[in-house]
Design a protein around this ligand. Sequence first.
Ligand code: G1P
Length: 275
Amino acid sequence: MSVIRKCLFPAAGYGTRFLPATKAMPKEMLPIVTKPLIQYGVEEAMEAGITNMAIVTGRGKRALEDHFDISYELEHQIQGSDKENLLSETRDIMERCTFSYTRQVEMKGLGHAILVGGSLIGNEPFAVILADDYCVTEGDGVLTQMVKLYEQHQCSIVAIEEVPHDETYKYGVIEGAEESEGVYRLSNMVEKPAPEDAPSNLAIIGRYILTPDIFEIIQNTPPGKNGEMQITDALLAQAKEGRVIGYRFQGQRFDCGSVAGYIDATNFTYQKSGA
Ligand code: G1P
C-alpha cells in the first residue's frame, strides 16, 4: 500500500469558461473523448496506490457522486450487449475505491477548498488533484512519480512545469535551488504574479502532496491574490522552512480549465486512441 492513502479533489468551482455546458453540469464531468476529467484524475490516484478519494463538491455537483455509483436501470439495459464493457473501468474503480464527499459552501479559493476537505483527510499526508489539469505520461503517472519522491523526502511536493514568461499570471510560480535533475528545494512561491514580478517561469500545476500541518497553516494565512485563501501562500510558510519540493514531472499537461487546452487534450487523446 502507498504511504499516501487519500487523494483530495477540489471540485466546487463553477467552470464559467465553459458556459453554457457547465450551467447544470460540473466542469469535472466534461469528457475527454468519452471519459470525464474527474475519472482520469481518480485513475491517476489509483495508479499511485491511493484508494480513498475525497471530493470537495458544491451546489449543482450531484453528477459527480452519481458517476461513481451504480446506475441500475442503465446497467440492466446494456447487460449482455456490446456496450457493457464501456462501463467496466468505472465499475472497477467503484469496487476498489471508497468515495467521500463534503461541500464547500462558499468559494473562497483553493486554500479554502483544501481546508474544507480536511475533515475527510485527518492527520496524514495526502495528495491533491485538480482534475482540470489533465496529465498524460508515457510511463508512471504524475502522482505515482510524486509519491515515489515523497517516500524519499517526506515533505510537501508540488508538480511544476516551465511556462512561457508572459503566462506566469495564470499560475503559482516558484523559486528554488535544483537539488537533482528536476527536483527543486523551494524558497519562494508567488500566486499568479505579473511576468515582471515572477521569480521564474516554473509554474505549479494541479498536483500536490501535502503534509497535514498545512491545514493549520491555511487557517493562519491571510487572504491573498483576489482576496482568496491561496494554497500557494500556505505552502510558502513550509517552503521558508525548507519543507517544500518542486518537481518537474515527466509527461504532458493540458489546461482543461481553458477551452483551447480542453480541445487540444481532446484531439490528442482521440488521435492516440487510434479510433
Ligand atoms: C490554481 C492555483 C495555482 C496553480 C493552478 C494550477 O489556480 O491557485 O497556484 O498554478 O491552480 O492549475 P487556478 O487554476 O485554480 O486559478
